[in-house]
Design a binder for this molecule. Structure first.
Ligand code: B12
Length: 436
């Protein structure tokens, strides 16, 4: 049997805002990695900021840790988002590039499409339409977050197979192949790569009422350390300097998961900048952990604080309390983390959040001498807090899960702007004054 030709596609993003916060189609690359050597892969990543077309654009240059703006064009918003007074854009390479790529590099037997946020499905629809028009016989497989959280909606977009959740058996059945789950993600899909992703664990031991992770992954599990180390080696061999962890509970069961991994990483001695954009649980940032992380090369620390209200903390699952958060910040700063690189996420627009409490949280974080970042709430259907939002938005339309739109629908445009301004002002002097 000849090797099937498989095209991997990471779609463009249609949204009010998008920023390359170490965004990689990690699910798609991981699945492809499991068939390394068994299929002939090609990849088109609409969000690849190192594409030759973008190289001369100074506004897209990365910051010191590899983050940066995406190329974008203004477009009309879809009807259901027209009331949101912000510009709507298409982030990613122009669509013509993909159409040309399809013609020049095809035909393909299979096209696998990544899906990110549920409210990004318009980019997926665009890809399906272009593939169908150019190579109608290609089998289209859709997987990822949107396919997992909104499978019925996703099935209507016209893919042949929608892979829901983490069970990939329908895909292996379609291909008649046996995967090798010890293989790292297919990072060689990129000719130039500066930023990579690792994930040491799956799932989360907490049950936060706003999060879908417990339903999707079941109980917390560690992934194979050998696989993660092979992935680390692959990334460093390809010249990657910045690596973001996509784990939901990176520090849980630390002695058997992250500590041995970090020890191996340090033994290799590669000069890496490590990042935690998906947030750490401050409860597990002990002084030893903070020191180890700083020594190993962790540069940016995002902590999920969400709110300083004890009532809110308790009612949403009790993942972290204010005194634990404050302690974690002190440990990180004492270990040598830079205050501007320690950031607390706080939820804006949560259905049971109180604006005064949010302001108190922002000031609480500020007084600890680190940055705050408002994490605009996205209501996820099937979660307790998402379901409570049906009074403000029709969640059967995934575009209304949009995290820019929802806080505005819930709190109003002026209130959202006021809170964002306050956050900006508070962040302005972080790192210049001594923490209290
Ligand atoms: C990493 C991450 C981020 C990264 C960016 C990731 C990215 N590339 O877009 C950052 C930190 C920037 C981020 C930001 C946000 N995120 Co986020 N994030 C995640 C996280 C942890 C992983 C997403 C991911 O890359 N999954 C892919 C890989 C890593 O997952 P996997 O399990 O290995 O994949 C399996 C299957 O899905 C399948 N698969 C995956 N892809 C494919 C493709 C194909 C073809 C096939 C066949 C199979 C397949 O194969 C794997 C088999 O095991 C998820 C939670 C989670 N654990 O999924 C939340 C999650 C997606 N985020 C969420 C939220 C709420 C947000 C924010 C809104 C938070 C906030 N308020 O600021 C922002 C929004 C950013 C924006 N611009 O709009 C929600 C979803 C919201 C939604 N409506 O879709 C999630 C589900 C977490 C939650 N709270 O429930 N996020």
């Amino acid at each position: 049997m000849s090797c099937p030709r498989v095209l991997l596609v990471n779609p463009a993003i249609h949204d009010f805002a998008a920023y390359d916060f170490w965004l990689k189609p990690y699910g798609l690359l991981s699945v492809a990695g499991e068939l390394r050597g068994q299929a002939d892969f090609a990849c088109f990543d609409y969000l690849d900021r190192l594409h030759p077309f973008l190289l001369d654009r100074s506004e897209l240059r990365p910051d010191r840790w590899g983050r940066g703006r995406f190329y974008c064009e203004r477009i009309d918003p879809p009807a259901c988002l027209r009331s949101i007074p912000r510009y709507f854009r298409r982030f990613g390479l122009p669509r013509d590039f993909f159409r040309r790529f399809l013609c020049e590099r095809g035909p393909f037997d299979h096209v696998w499409i990544e899906s990110g946020m549920t409210y990004w499905y318009l980019g997926v629809a665009e890809v399906i339409e272009d593939v169908r028009r150019t190579w109608p016989d290609a089998r289209i497989v859709l997987g990822g977050n949107y396919a997992t959280l909104c499978p019925d909606h996703a099935r209507d977009l016209g893919a042949d197979v929608v892979v829901e959740g983490t069970d990939l058996q329908p895909l292996w059945d379609l291909l008649g192949m046996t995967p090798d789950s010890e293989q790292p993600a297919l990072w060689e899909s990129y000719s130039v790569l500066k930023v990579g992703v690792l994930k040491l664990t799956e799932g989360c031991p907490f049950n936060c009422t706003y999060c879908s992770v417990p339903q999707v992954y079941g109980s917390f599990k560690s992934r194979s350390r050998q696989r993660s180390l092979a992935e680390l080696d692959l990334l460093t061999a390809r010249g990657v300097r910045d690596i973001a962890f996509y784990d939901d509970a990176l520090l849980f069961e630390a002695q058997t998961v992250i500590v041995p991994f970090i020890e191996e990483l340090m033994r290799r001695g590669a000069p890496l900048n490590l990042h935690t954009p998906n947030a750490l649980n401050a409860r597990f940032v002990t002084s030893e952990m903070a020191e180890l992380m700083v020594r190993a090369g962790f540069k940016t620390f995002y902590l999920g604080f969400e709110s300083c209200s004890r009532r809110w903390q308790h009612d949403t699952g009790g993942k972290v309390y204010s005194e634990e958060f404050a302690q974690a910040v002190r440990h990180l700063l004492a270990a040598g983390a830079e205050p501007v690189n320690v950031t607390a996420y706080q939820i804006l627009g949560h259905p049971h959040g109180d604006v005064q409490e949010l302001e108190d949280s922002m000031r609480f974080v500020h007084h600890l001498g680190v940055r705050g970042m408002l994490a605009d709430f996205s209501p996820i259907p099937g979660t307790v807090d998402g379901e409570a939002c049906r009074v403000w938005a029709d969640l059967d339309e995934p575009l209304l899960h949009n995290n820019t739109a929802f806080p505005i629908l819930h709190l109003g445009f002026d209130e959202v702007n006021r809170l964002k301004d306050l956050q900006r002002r508070l962040n302005r002097n972080v790192g210049r004054t001594a923490p209290i």
